[in-house]
Design a protein. Structure first.
Length: 81
């Protein structure tokens, strides 16, 4: 079973509404993706914490429907309200 790119993006955006999410299908097989996620929720977090947050947003699909995800996270600095 595979995951569609839009489904991955939707799951991430549900958890990180302010995120800029860029996803690429690396092999064209719906199983190997690369994602860059930029969010203000990453500010002050280590890379390991940031990656765990993204994997948690996938709600257990990583390793099941989603075989491989090359992940990059970035802190989004923006205006505070």
């Amino acid at each position: 079973m595979t995951m569609q790119l839009k489904e991955i993006e939707s799951l991430i955006k549900d958890t990180f509404p302010d995120a800029i999410v860029e996803i690429q299908d690396l092999a064209g097989d719906g199983n190997h993706y690369s994602a860059t996620v930029t969010s203000s929720q990453f500010v002050g977090k280590t890379k390991i914490q940031q990656h765990k947050m993204v994997y948690d947003s996938l709600k257990g699909k990583m390793g099941n429907e989603l075989h491989a995800l090359e992940l990059k996270t970035k802190e989004k600095n923006g205006p505070t309200s």
